[in-house]
Design a protein around this ligand. Structure first.
Ligand SMILES: Nc1nc2c(ncn2[C@@H]2O[C@H](COP(=O)(O)OP(=O)(O)OP(=O)(O)O)[C@@H](O)[C@H]2O)c(=O)[nH]1
Ligand SMILES: [Mg+2]
Length: 291
């Protein structure tokens, strides 16, 4: 027998918007309690508006992670990412402005405030990184609190007050049926998540512009054939680089760098797939980089 629908159930979308590195992706992972988005200290890690779902008996919140606003030399990638962040605001019920009170307010924050100014749906100011001692720039943010429906201070790293954010957002969701089935964590598909994990390790382990001239494509995920030992999946991914010179940087002397990337990615991919894997990474030059 189907459970009786709860007439008070609420469900909707809440977008996480903020400058690059503010901690949006770390926060969505803390909210969902799973790695649905990749995280790195480098700017513009997130390239796609990935959704993460929080299930509560009284409702469901679909959080939308977005690419962060980044002030740099204009490029197609930066323009496209800003476009995606703005587009993610369409059809949203609540905006969560994620800000980092450990860094001075700057041009990137001004860009975010400008994007958010005309928005009339409820806005929540979320100051994250509360675990950092002596947050120097907390006060100037708190002075803006009157412009927001609520202000929440939390740490996505330790989990402190993450539930407070959920409690604040839930009553702002419109009444209606769940958008995702029970247990669903994200709209991101398995293959995309595998390539994202590899991209995260490239962000963490390579320098300069390499991560920005790189994309990852999945070739296959397959059972290993009988001659090969163990109950392993064979995962093969292609790391595409825009120019030949990045190929050498990614592979590294004696193949050490690409090996390091593979070693770092494997446990996360195994957690995602729920199985041991053999991870093969090939590097290929492709001037027409997809993203
Ligand atoms: N100490 C501390 N560091 C955090 C916290 N949240 C995020 N960080 C760090 O901040 C950096 C950026 O985190 P991300 O979650 O990738 O930031 P983002 O806003 O998604 O960045 P983009 O995808 O570039 O827009 C990483 O080094 C994180 O580890 C936090 O609550 N506390
Ligand atoms: Mg991000």
């Amino acid at each position: 027998m189907n459970p009786v629908p709860n007439p008070d159930f609420r469900a909707g979308l809440a977008a996480l918007i903020g400058r690059t590195n503010a901690g949006k992706s770390t926060l969505i992972n803390a909210l969902v309690d799973a790695k649905v988005a990749i995280v790195s200290p480098k700017p513009q890690t997130t390239r796609h508006a990935v959704q993460g779902v929080v299930h509560r008996p009284e409702g469901q919140i679909v959080f939308v992670d977005t690419p962060g606003f980044f002030k740099t030399t204009r490029s197609h990638l930066v323009d496209r990412l800003h476009g995606r962040a703005r587009a993610a605001l369409a059809g949203i019920d609540v905006v969560i402005h994620v800000a980092d009170p450990s860094r001075a307010m700057g041009e990137e924050d001004a860009m975010v405030l400008e994007v958010l100014a005309p928005i009339t749906i409820p806005k929540i100011l979320c100051l994250t990184k509360l675990d950092i001692p002596d947050l120097k720039f907390r006060e100037p943010w708190l002075e803006l609190a009157a412009d927001y429906h609520a202000t929440i201070e939390l740490s996505a790293l330790t989990g402190r007050n993450v539930d407070t954010l959920v409690d604040a957002v839930l009553p702002l969701m419109p009444p209606g049926p769940a958008l995702y089935e029970a247990g669903d964590q994200t709209n991101a598909h398995r293959d995309f998540r595998v390539t994202e994990i590899i991209r995260e390790k490239i962000y963490l382990l390579t320098g300069d512009e390499v991560p920005y001239r790189t994309a990852v494509q999945l070739d296959h995920i397959r059972e290993r054939n009988e001659k090969q030992a163990g109950d392993f999946l064979h995962v093969k991914a292609i790391v595409l680089v825009a120019e030949d010179r990045y190929k050498g940087m990614l592979i590294g002397a004696g193949g050490r760098k690409i090996k390091e990337i593979g070693i770092a990615a494997r446990p996360d991919v195994e957690t995602l797939l729920g199985q041991k894997i053999y991870l093969e990474l090939a590097v290929r030059v492709d001037a027409r980089l997809p993203d």
